[in-house]
Design a protein around this ligand. Structure first.
Ligand code: NAP
Ligand code: COA
Length: 270
């Protein structure tokens, strides 16, 4: 539990997180549960979901897992319906965090490789928000999309992710605009390089690349999952009730240092 936030900050609230079975979004789910929310997490692997829900429950939280691919709209609709039956409450906090990434140059990925990431990140975020909409608390729900600095500047070997996250950014702001009349807020959290995550294992697999990632951060360190969870706690709390269509850039200042090319000397490590 983060002592900077009240223990019961999210008491009585229900959260639904895609990508909540590992990494950054599992960290957010743990933090939400610590602060009193019931959490539903969604990913493809039942095994990962079982491990994540067991972890949250072992920490005293309430959690349920739903297996679905965010590219499969009917499966998502079914997951939201099942969660609604389990929790018997509208969703107060929706986190769109499921994503895919691999480093590859434009000419080193197939059209299907590019499409896979667009489909998971961008289409998946649209599917998630669209399927969640009937279940969101109105007024009061908070939608959070997990973006990346890729949405704002080109990164070599990341064309698919840049295109996808730029779409996620404007999709989320458009949701903020359209759904504001119903009292739903929608915002973005943009993590910088976050330690001990699949994303960084893929983008910085060697000690040299890890050092380069740290060197790109003015604050001189990678972020932690707790750093991102803190931003999510704030955005989902009443303290952020007048914030919508906005972005928390939680990156130690990395965006200010500009664009980069991930230098895989032998091309993409497939
Ligand atoms: P991660 O541990 O690999 O988490 C990805 C999550 O999404 C897992 O729960 C995964 O579960 C789920 N997922 C992937 N594809 C899916 C699909 N098609 N349908 C449903 N669920 C799917 O990744 P992470 O590094 O923590 O990244 C989490 C988020 O932060 C992503 O949005 C990423 O773009 C963003 N981000 C990360 C960093 C970083 O430094 N790591 C930096 C900037 C932004 P299954 O595999 O079981 O499906
Ligand atoms: N370089 C180039 N192309 C790659 C690649 C790589 N490293 N990894 C996958 N691809 C291509 C595949 O070859 C395939 O294209 P093809 O059909 O033309 O051969 C396409 O991407 C889809 O791959 P597949 O493995 O069938 O997709 P999937 O839907 O099962 O998985 C991924 C999606 C590729 C994004 C997979 O890495 C994934 O599931 N990632 C989730 C975890 C993650 O990325 N976490 C970090 C988040 S920041």
């Amino acid at each position: 539990m983060n002592p900077l936030f009240a223990p019961g900050l999210l008491a009585g609230k229900t959260a639904f997180l895609t990508g909540g079975s590992s990494g950054i979004c599992l960290g957010i789910a743990q933090a939400f549960a610590h602060h009193g929310a019931r959490v539903a997490i969604l990913g493809r692997s039942q095994e990962k979901l079982d491990a994540a829900t067991a972890l949250i429950q072992s920490e005293g939280g309430q959690a349920a897992g739903y297996a679905a691919d965010v590219r499969d709209y009917p499966a998502l609709e079914a997951a939201f319906q099942k969660a609604a039956e389990t929790f018997a409450a509208p969703i107060d906090i929706l986190v769109c965090g499921a994503a895919g990434n691999f480093p590859a140059p434009i000419n080193g990925m197939s059209p299907n490789g590019f499409k896979a990431v667009i489909d998971i990140d961008l289409l998946g975020t649209y599917h998630t928000c669209r399927a969640a909409y009937p279940h969101l608390r109105k007024p009061g729900a908070s939608v959070i999309s997990i973006s990346a600095n890729h949405a704002h500047q080109p990164y070599g070997m990341q064309a698919h992710v840049c295109a996808a996250k730029a779409g996620v950014d404007l999709l989320t702001r458009t949701i903020a605009l359209e759904w504001a009349a119903e009292g739903i807020r929608a915002n973005l959290i943009t993590p910088g390089p976050i330690d001990d995550t699949e994303g960084m294992r893929r983008l910085a697999p060697t000690p040299e690349m890890r050092a380069a990632a740290v060197a790109s951060v003015p604050l001189g360190r990678m972020g932690t999952k707790q750093d991102i969870a803190n931003a999510a706690l704030f955005l989902s709390s009443d303290a952020a009730s007048f914030i919508t269509g906005s972005e928390i850039v939680c990156d130690g200042g990395q965006r200010m240092t500009g664009t980069r090319i991930f230098a895989f000397p032998t091309g993409s490590p497939k």
